[in-house]
Design a protein around this ligand. Structure first.
Ligand code: FAD
Length: 350
């Protein structure tokens, strides 16, 4: 028997979960097809929302709009799902070099919103703080493992565990048909898998491999995120996520011995407290050359949309842009021009 719905979503990572959640809030019919055996960036991400980026410690794109929106959305999500998802977690900077300390000191005095000095003695018993410490306020940690599980439970009636295969997708009048499902819109939120999609594969994706270690550090307080040459982020109880690499050129998505050794050397130099390595994980970030998301409908197949390209910032971008996509389709609201996929009209609909 055929099932008729308004939206067919492909993928339940950060993006698919938010799309499903917002559609459910609006009482709009949808189904979400997810293959939990395929690659998921969300499942291995550290879940940090940090308003400051790079060596020069500048504010990230649109953060004054994105961060309050995301914080409010995760707070409502956790209330509705009766879970703990979001925690305020200031980033403690353990300056790895004099140059990084100078860069921090400069920014502290110029166009500063988020940086502040802290007391290095507070961290002295946990870390080697040769070049001093600092702090970034208004940072958050999203427990993405709990988020994905709670999201899946919340949308369980509309969740289909299956591998979506493009070969079986048919365009029909005002919609699409796939495996006995007829939908007015199909939205691709399948992460790096969208690169296989014949209609969107020409977008300037630049997938990026990231590895991390899961490490037990019994004596380290879990209310902060720590950043030096590496990030140390709360994961579960006494476990921390330690990473990461940013590899544009890679031949496979396997963990590497070189990364593991680099983290061990870094931890040995940084930590004064003991640690034990528990796991080594890998994910591929759906990044792109412009560092801006791909959001909107296909220029010549308006029954097909995309919400992707979240790169290294999915936690703060996904709530805002999934909502923007739904508002665009339902109420003709504009999509931010720097995120609108229509900017690549000449590439995907020549
Ligand atoms: C190591 C690492 C660290 C990161 N740290 C952070 C961080 O601290 N903060 C931050 O904001 N971002 C971080 N990111 C980036 C973040 O993970 C991504 O921006 C975000 O998770 C992308 O979400 P997504 O839903 O687009 O893709 P994904 O999470 O990859 O979700 C895609 C979904 O589609 C499903 N799927 C794929 N193919 C198919 C198919 N054929 N059929 C059915 N289902 C399919 C997959 O199973 C998956 O569930 C990190 C990424 C990595 C790899």
């Amino acid at each position: 028997m055929q099932k008729k719905i308004k939206y067919l979503l492909i993928g339940q990572g950060l993006v698919g979960t938010w799309l499903g959640y917002f559609l459910q809030e609006r009482n709009i019919s949808y189904a979400i097809v997810n293959d939990s055996k395929s690659s998921s960036a969300t499942g291995v991400a550290s879940g940090v929302m940090n308003p400051v980026t790079g060596r020069r410690m500048v504010q990230t794109w649109m953060i004054n709009e994105l961060l309050p929106y995301a914080v409010a959305a995760y707070e409502v999500f956790q209330e509705k799902t009766n879970t703990k998802i979001i925690s305020k977690a200031p980033v403690v900077l353990i300056h790895p070099t004099q140059q990084m300390k100078d860069s921090f000191d400069y920014r502290l005095e110029h166009d500063n919103i988020y940086l502040k000095n802290n007391n290095p003695l507070a961290w002295h018993s946990f870390f080697n703080t040769h070049f001093g410490t600092g702090e970034i306020e208004d940072c958050y940690w999203i427990d993405l493992i709990t988020f994905l599980a709670a999201g899946k439970k919340h949308i369980a009636d509309n969740y289909i565990e299956s591998n979506f295969d493009y070969g079986n997708l048919k365009f029909i009048d005002n919609g699409v048909e796939w495996d006995h499902i007829i939908a007015e819109k199909i939205i691709f939120c399948d992460g790096v898998n969208t690169m296989l999609n014949p209609h969107f594969k020409l977008l300037p994706f630049a997938p990026n491999k990231g590895e991390a270690l899961i490490v037990e550090i019994k004596d380290l307080p879990t209310q902060h995120i720590y950043k030096s040459n590496m990030a140390i982020v709360p994961w579960k109880e006494n476990l921390f996520w330690v990473g990461s690499s940013f590899e544009w050129d890679y031949s496979n998505s396997e963990p590497t011995a070189a990364f593991k050794q680099k983290m061990i050397d870094g931890l040995n130099a940084l930590l004064k407290v003991p640690y034990t390595i528990i796991d080594h994980i890998v994910g591929i970030r759906p990044a792109n050359t412009e560092r801006r998301p791909f959001v909107g409908l296909h220029p010549i197949h308006p029954q097909m949309g995309i919400c992707n390209g979240m790169g290294t910032k999915g936690c703060s971008l996904a709530p805002y842009f999934t909502n923007q996509l739904i508002e665009h389709i339902e109420n003709n609201a504009p999509i931010h021009p720097e995120a609108n996929v229509q900017r690549f009209k000449n590439l995907i609909a020549p």
